[in-house]
Ligand binder design. Sequence first.
Ligand SMILES: CC(C)(COP(=O)(O)OP(=O)(O)OC[C@H]1O[C@@H](n2cnc3c(N)ncnc32)[C@H](O)[C@@H]1OP(=O)(O)O)[C@@H](O)C(=O)NCCC(=O)NCCS
Length: 216
Amino acid sequence: MPWSRSSSNRSAADGDPCQSDRVTIDAVFGQPLPEVVITDDHVELRPFAMVDLDLIEEASRDPFIPTITTVPATYTAGEGAAFIDRQTSRMTSGEGWSLAIVDPDRGRAVGQIGLWISHLSKGRAEIGYWVAPSGRGSGIARAATMAMTAWAFEQLDVDRLSLFIEPWNTASIRTAEAAGFTREALLHDWERVDGVAKDMWSYVRLRSERQISAGQ
Ligand SMILES: CC(C)(COP(=O)(O)OP(=O)(O)OC[C@H]1O[C@@H](n2cnc3c(N)ncnc32)[C@H](O)[C@@H]1OP(=O)(O)O)[C@@H](O)C(=O)NCCC(=O)NCCS
């Protein structure tokens, strides 16, 4: 049964997983995650479908997206379909939700946003995103990040949402800050990109909304 923000006030007695109690890792461990659709006035986040193959083809031509995702660097219809199948399998494995970002003004998917919950038992989750070049510059990444963040704090037993961003990536830094994330620290050799360990800024949003600044 799909989860959606608009159905979030349905009661547990309905058998709907979208209930007032937040979801803990115990509730999701070892079973497929429910399908989620998140909508507001600015964006829709929904599972990927084969109708999104053109988006994957465009993303594969971006110089950066294939280095930080499993978007194929060389596109074929088979590789595109395999990418879409992999996003569905993230829910089956309990890794998290990988959703297509749909721009209502364009009437199509323009990117991807992930909510990764492998550390949910410690109250932590992580967000990542990309928007294909033809969809950029209209606020859609900011809208998607804000919608995903609001949904995560509403639905999951999470204290802390993280984003990890390379220092050169002004567009992503601006997106994170526009969505209310705060720079926390530079993490040295935090993650491999194209096989090379890269420093990354840690950006966070806390459920407590406690004020923080880098180094404190
Ligand atoms: C980062 C990315 C998702 C931004 O997508 P987008 O839809 O163009 O972003 P938005 O239009 O929502 O803009 C969000 C903010 O970033 C700013 N911004 C976006 N692109 C920018 C750029 N190239 N340079 C400077 N600022 C930029 C916007 O002005 C906006 O800030 P504001 O609200 O303060 O005005 C997109 O550029 C992308 O996919 N890049 C490649 C993949 C990537 O880097 N992913 C993130 C890895 S951490």
